[in-house]
Design a protein around this ligand. Sequence first.
Ligand SMILES: Nc1ncnc2c1ncn2[C@@H]1O[C@H](COP(=O)(O)OP(=O)(O)O)[C@@H](O)[C@H]1O
Ligand SMILES: C=C(OP(=O)(O)O)C(=O)O
Ligand SMILES: [Mn+2]
Length: 536
Amino acid sequence: MKNVGLKNPNADLTTLGLKNVTAYWNLPVPELVERTIAMGEGVLADSGALVIRTGEFTGRSPKDRFIVKDAITTNTVDWNDINMPFDSDKFDALYNKVTAYLEDKDVYVRDAYACADENYRLTLRLVAQKPWSAMFACNMFMRPSKEEIKNADPEWTILCAPEFMAVADEDGTRQHNFAIINFTRKVILIGGTGYTGEIKKGIFSVLNYVLPHNRNVLSMHCSSNVGESGDTAVFFGLSGTGKTTLSADPKRNLIGDDEHGWSNEGVFNFEGGCYAKTIDLSAEKEPEIYNAIKFGAILENIKFHEGTRTPDYENIDITQNTRVSYPIHHIDNALEPSKGGIPKNIFFLTCDAFGVLPPISKLTPGQAMYHFISGYTAKVAGTEAGITEPVTVFSACFGAPFLPLHPTQYAEMLGTKMKEHNVNVWLINTGWSGGSYGVGNRMKLKYTRSMITAALNGALDNVEFSTLPVFGLNMPNTCPNVPDEVLNPRNTWEDQAAYDSKAQELAVGFVNNFEQYKAQANEEIMAAAPKATATA
Ligand SMILES: Nc1ncnc2c1ncn2[C@@H]1O[C@H](COP(=O)(O)OP(=O)(O)O)[C@@H](O)[C@H]1O
Ligand SMILES: C=C(OP(=O)(O)O)C(=O)O
Ligand SMILES: [Mn+2]
């Protein structure tokens, strides 16, 4: 056993079952960069960002994500095809295999924590095979001071061994890769995949259990920012729908881009960094994110323009899910500590591949609940293994892959808070317009930004609204800096009969999906269901 770097003198990896490892503790970022490069696993971009490849997996693999079924979870977790059970003894055996595999190897340790509100702080330690995984943790989790590191005695452990391959038949996994959460041992075990997103979404899943279940805090898959007058906005959305992009707003202070809690005091970020998509990124369209890509950032799975070290963000040879992680202070106007007041506006971002929903509509409380529980959107290409074009999905609470509890538990908390604080709720379609995917186009980012700005600054308070048939959604007839024609989706379709039939198809999808929640929903929520004239 050899230890290098800054650590709590009492910390000892043998208590985790690791033998004879050389452990590099909390190395400074430049050293993690150097080691990554020296190992032949990274190069520098001209901006100074570290460029790595995550290997076979360039997105999450939801089919290989499990929760250990035990005394804590058996009756509390909503077991389904997302929350899949893993046997506790099998976990112990696999854990021992991973630690045995790491014997005699180098490991990179990162002490960190989650939650900007110290009342809810969750301390953690990542032990990783790769220096770039440790650097990702340094970018994405909150960073303890040196003093805190010297006293670190973390609650949770993440063991991450991308090159360890499970044997499905023996180990109880589906295939060679896995991400398994054990609430009793407080361990997240990751193997066979180097996709860094598994690390952050693992802790997010833990918080999505612990905070609502034990602490009466609503956890949310959302970004958040705050305006000059101190008004907080949150943007819920499944991966790729615009949380990171739309929360980076030069006129507002960023709280965080992906994971937040809502306590009685207000909103707080879980993370210490952002994880942005870089596909088609440009300085013109997304200057804040573009400029955040400098030394300290990690670019994943991108290629360079030939003969240069300039990233080619249009190149999708490796994946459409090209990514960058950076500490939050790479965004100029980020707030630290990352906390805001009670939200004044909530946006549900949906990437509607049908092209049926309006680009902006204002929801009644009943509609807000209905749409939150439904979580209609599309999975965009690349974020999950096997997805190569937008696939329509109902992802409850706009974050089903990360929610261990039943969706109605989150929805009830949101409903109570929404009503108590009289929050405005908006549905934003960042997806297709003028036709479904393949025919129409993605809504222009600059229009979506203008609509959000208008909603936030009150410019939509005094305009006229129309109601979209079937869905009953209230859409503004005008909006500053947006052409009127795009506001009503039916007008954007050349063939309006085709629109009507697609709208019916989507309405049927909503109704069928909601069957599972009907028993728990009250009249106000059910009245918000789209009116399908036929059911499939
Ligand atoms: N109208 C739009 N609104 C938001 N994002 C858009 C829009 N049109 C295209 N995009 C692109 O979609 C992606 C949204 O991704 P991102 O903000 O990272 O999603 P999330 O943070 O929710 O995972 C970005 O690549 C962005 O440039
Ligand atoms: C990182 C992910 O999500 P998001 O795009 O929401 O950050 C993910 O789903 O793996
Ligand atoms: Mn994001």
